[in-house]
Design a protein around this ligand. Structure first.
Ligand SMILES: Cc1ncc(COP(=O)(O)O)c(C=O)c1O
Length: 319
């Protein structure tokens, strides 16, 4: 049984606050207790409660080759003595990268198959059939941990941060995070509303364009409310697709500069796929005056260290 999830730290960023003339804090979900950390750990923790209760023996899931979620599934399966099969989308036949998330998934003993994106659904079905035929009880965990349990994990994460913020007598006016499938943003938006705060939750897209990206967040909120039997409620969704750059897993020079700035100013390590883009948006919002001087801003760090380590960015020494 893996360690309980505990709390991730919440603290001020003094160097960046000074440089940006903001009152900038960070929620350190990059430090959640699993190698590589990140938001997928909270989601997986919530998903596993159901998996254990239902007596499944094998975890099956999907994602990109450097998927943080897939690594969380593989390490969780190993920790709980379950079988694990991952159907990753990439270039079929290409050796699975021996770096970052893919390396940890392999070391954890997951059975990893790489297929073209359009073949993922059929391959997953085939994998599930084969596991059942072998006498296993497999469960298919949605890619990205995108399900009601994942959203619920982030409603609870906001409760956790609210307790920490109250202890510091501090409350954000603006929350900024990297947003992909949208469940993390959805959970935080619900949490903010539930606590009656006026804080705006802004998700910075790492891949999806609007209207699809914003709609995915709204759908996750609706699914959460329906599943838990809550009345429908209007919750503002601010999903911005202006910092995707050249696409998923591709970082432009401004993102790399933002990563270097955060690391040098406060020892905060971001990544080129997710958090670097969200932080670039925060910098632009500060520079444009959208975040006026003195604004109380919470940057919700969702992880990504292994994406940084697996990337080829920063291979030239900048020292
Ligand atoms: C490090 C990191 N940050 C943010 C996200 C986006 O989370 P969500 O899919 O809940 O929007 C992901 C998802 O892959 C991630 O791995």
């Amino acid at each position: 049984m893996p360690a309980p999830i505990g709390m991730s730290p919440l603290h001020r960023l003094p160097g960046l606050s000074r440089l940006l003339s903001l009152d900038l804090w960070v929620k350190r979900d990059d430090l959640l207790p699993m190698p590589g950390g990140g938001n997928k750990i909270r989601k997986m923790h919530a998903i596993m409660a159901g998996v254990r209760a239902d007596g499944y023996t094998a975890l099956v899931s999907t994602g990109g080759v450097q998927s943080n979620h897939a690594r969380a599934v593989a390490l969780t399966a190993a920790a709980e003595g379950l079988r694990c099969t991952l159907v990753l989308h990439g270039v079929p036949g290409e050796p699975v990268a021996g770096r970052g998330n893919a390396l940890l998934a392999r070391l954890a003993g997951a059975n990893v198959t790489v297929v073209a994106a359009q073949d993922v659904a059929a391959t997953l079905e085939h994998v599930m059939d084969n596991l059942r035929a072998a006498g296993e009880r497999p469960v298919l965990i949605p890619g990205g941990g995108h399900c009601v349990a994942g959203t619920t994990a982030y409603v609870k994460a906001f409760d956790e941060s609210f307790r920490q913020m109250s202890a510091h007598s501090w409350c954000p006016e603006q929350i900024i995070l990297a947003s992909g499938t949208g469940a993390t943003q959805a959970g935080l938006a619900v949490g903010v509303q539930r606590h009656g705060l006026a804080a705006r939750v802004t998700g910075i897209s790492v891949a999806r364009r609007n209207p699809r990206g914003g709609q995915a967040v709204r759908d996750a909120i609706t699914d959460y409310l329906e599943y838990h039997g809550y009345a429908p409620s209007h919750i503002d969704v601010d999903f911005r697709d202006g910092w995707i750059g050249e696409g998923y897993e591709r970082a432009t020079g401004v993102v790399l500069d933002a990563i270097a700035l955060a690391a040098s100013a406060d020892g905060l390590v971001l990544d080129p796929t997710y958090t670097g883009k969200a932080f670039t948006a925060l910098l632009d919002m500060a520079r444009s005056g959208e975040l006026p001087p003195g604004s109380r801003v919470l940057f919700w760090h969702t992880g990504g260290l292994l994406n940084l380590m697996a990337s080829n960015y920063f291979t030239e020494s900048i020292i």
